[in-house]
Write a protein that binds this ligand. Structure first.
Ligand SMILES: Cc1cc2nc3c(=O)[nH]c(=O)nc-3n(C[C@H](O)[C@H](O)[C@H](O)COP(=O)(O)O)c2cc1C
Length: 304
């Protein structure tokens, strides 16, 4: 019931967002539709015109967001660049699109053009071999014993910058990393998760990965907060290793009482749900690490 309530609150928030005076900086509808336009531009063969069923909604959403975000955010600049490219391709093929192009141009005259689709061979090269990557994956282990040294905030920022590169459904990134660098607060929050008995009291830093159900208009997308947040969390934990920090993911079980306490403690919105916790800090070199035998490739990789 709690999950259902959060899903409905999220959908209501999604729909109401379009009517607000001052929309938040990031808009899931804009992100999703711009993502769809990028896919259309990349399509082989490209269909022209395309996106007729949602381009008017996208331009309206863009203009609303653009007015509310001065100076323009990276999200707005990306949207503008993609819309510009879309109109360059499709305006001549449809009167409706040509009219929308005029509306768009009346609302946006800034230079840009960088945040557009690019070729695979335009990706930066990387001198990291598979063996190095496998070693990184082997090094990332759940660490539960830490030194009392404080964790610099900029390391968390760097880790989150890596997490932000993770894939997410329609590029909506429906999550936030709430954090504390205060061991007392970390202990208080970690104690709400039942799997931390015995080690919650010595965590130098803690993150609560929170999913945002207001990023979705449909019930069918309700699991994406868990999927997208987990993918980003994995990148975060790998990055923490390279920043010299250890980590431990912590389960957030669905227990009524603890959910309520967490909601109050973190001032969560009705449409937000904790996905998991991640403890982090400088590992105690003498602290033990569970062997945690992994399953074999043969067990995990099965032909369909
Ligand atoms: C979603 C999730 C929840 C977890 N919850 C806990 C937990 O509550 N307490 C704990 O000590 N470890 C927790 N872990 C860590 C696992 O026990 C650990 O990942 C697993 O045993 C494999 O060990 P490794 O992480 O060192 O490879 C969790 C891991 C994940 C991914």
């Amino acid at each position: 019931m709690r999950e259902q309530h959060a899903v409905i609150a999220g959908r209501a928030r999604f729909l109401l967002r379009a009517q607000q005076q001052t929309p938040p900086e990031s808009d899931p509808l804009l992100r999703r539709n711009i993502h769809r336009l990028e896919k259309g531009l990349l399509m082989r063969p490209r269909k022209v015109p395309f996106a007729l069923e949602y381009i008017a909604e996208t331009v309206a959403c863009f203009l609303r967001q653009q007015r509310a975000n001065e100076p323009a955010s990276d999200e707005i600049r990306w949207a503008a660049d993609i819309l510009q490219q879309y109109f360059a391709v499709c305006a001549a093929a449809s009167k409706q699109v040509a009219q929308l192009a005029l509306q768009f141009e009346a609302g946006w005259q800034q230079p840009g053009g960088q945040k557009v689709p690019y070729r695979y061979d335009g990706l930066p090269s990387l001198q990291m071999h598979y063996d190095d990557f496998l070693l990184l994956c082997q090094r990332r282990r759940s660490v539960r014993w830490y030194l009392p040294n404080p964790v610099p905030k900029d390391l968390l920022e760097q880790a989150v910058a890596a997490a932000a590169q993770a894939p997410s459904a329609c590029n909506r990134q429906p999550f936030r990393f709430l954090y504390t660098l205060d061991p007392t607060k970390a202990a208080e929050v970690a104690a709400l998760a039942v799997g931390t008995a015995g080690f919650a009291g010595q965590l130098p830093a803690l993150m609560v990965v929170v999913g945002d159900l207001s990023q979705f208009a449909e019930n069918r997308d309700r699991h994406l907060i868990y999927i997208d947040a987990a993918l980003a969390s994995m990148q975060l934990m790998l990055a923490l290793d390279r920043l010299g920090l250890a980590s431990c993911p912590i389960n957030w079980p669905d227990i009524e009482q603890n959910e309520t306490k967490m909601e109050t403690l973190l001032k969560l919105e009705a449409w937000e749900r904790p996905v998991m916790l991640i403890a982090t800090g400088y590992a105690d070199p003498a602290g033990g690490i569970a062997y945690s035998q992994k399953k074999s490739v043969a067990q995990l990789l099965v032909e369909i």
